[in-house]
Write a protein that binds this ligand. Structure first.
Ligand code: PGA
Length: 250
């Protein structure tokens, strides 16, 4: 039986980014109306850079594609410098021919956050579901902002961010973890697992230990990414540094 998630190991983070960007470009040529789920963070930056390059050099066409971002901070308006909407504009959307009306974000400044989460789930369903969900992973094993805990919400919901997650996002807030919002909205693990294909990117040795647990460990809510073992078409794309614990004898 094929183990899931599949593991693909590349020499450098650039190799990971190039390979995934080429795959997305090929998938867009095949299905220009593709629905993509997108992450933020440091890890996908090289991937977005590659997509921008492929758009410039090879006319990869985003005009009919739809995107849904995984998460957003609570309390930030869309134009806030630290919002993930701003992040996506800066690193991808301003540099490709995507239709802004087809890019979807959670609104962390919505008056009723529960309604906002429901609206997001409805929009994903109305778009026909997510074809390819791309994910990063926190060193604590979170995906999206599904933080480790005794239980997880299946669907899009409000989360309390853990201190380590706020610290790792400090760069977006002038380097000060105390300025990072305490709460966020995030797709749930069920939302993520319903994507037709899921690809998790992990690079660098700080991710090696949790990657090893995602691949070899039990499924547990204390390591949300381990739930990818339940997905029939999930893949980890790793550089050698993030894969280093997989070489060790178990
Ligand atoms: P990173 O964040 O890519 O900046 O390491 C990943 C995450 O926390 O999901």
């Amino acid at each position: 039986m094929q183990r899931t998630p599949r593991v693909s190991i590349f020499t450098t983070p650039h190799d990971v980014a190039r390979t995934l960007a080429r795959r997305v470009a090929a998938a867009l040529r095949e299905n220009p109306r593709m629905v993509l789920g997108l992450p933020t963070g440091r890890t996908p930056l090289l991937f977005y850079e590659e997509l921008v390059r492929l758009h410039a050099d090879q006319d990869v066409d985003f005009s009919q594609a739809t995107t849904f971002n995984l998460d957003e901070f609570v309390g930030l308006t869309a134009g806030h410098a630290g919002s993930y909407r701003t992040f996506m504009r800066r690193f991808l959307f301003e540099h490709v021919n995507i239709d802004p009306a087809r890019t979807h974000f959670l609104d962390g400044a919505a008056a009723d956050l529960a309604d906002e989460c429901e609206r997001y789930e409805d929009s994903i369903a109305a778009a026909g579901g997510i074809d390819l969900q791309i994910l990063g992973i926190g060193t604590n094993g979170h995906i999206g902002f599904n933080e480790p805990g005794p239980e997880l919400d299946a669907r899009t919901h409000k989360v309390t961010l853990r201190p380590e997650t706020r610290s790792s996002n400090a760069a977006l807030f002038g380097g000060d973890p105390a300025s990072v919002p305490t709460h966020a909205l995030s797709m749930g693990m069920g939302t993520i697992l319903h994507a037709r294909t899921a690809v998790l990117l992990a690079t660098g040795e700080t991710k090696a230990k949790c990657v090893e647990r995602v691949v070899r460990g039990p499924i547990t809510t204390t390591l949300p990414a381990s739930l990818l073992q339940l997905h029939p078409d999930a893949e980890l794309m790793l550089d050698e540094a993030a894969a280093q614990e997989l070489d060790a004898p178990s």
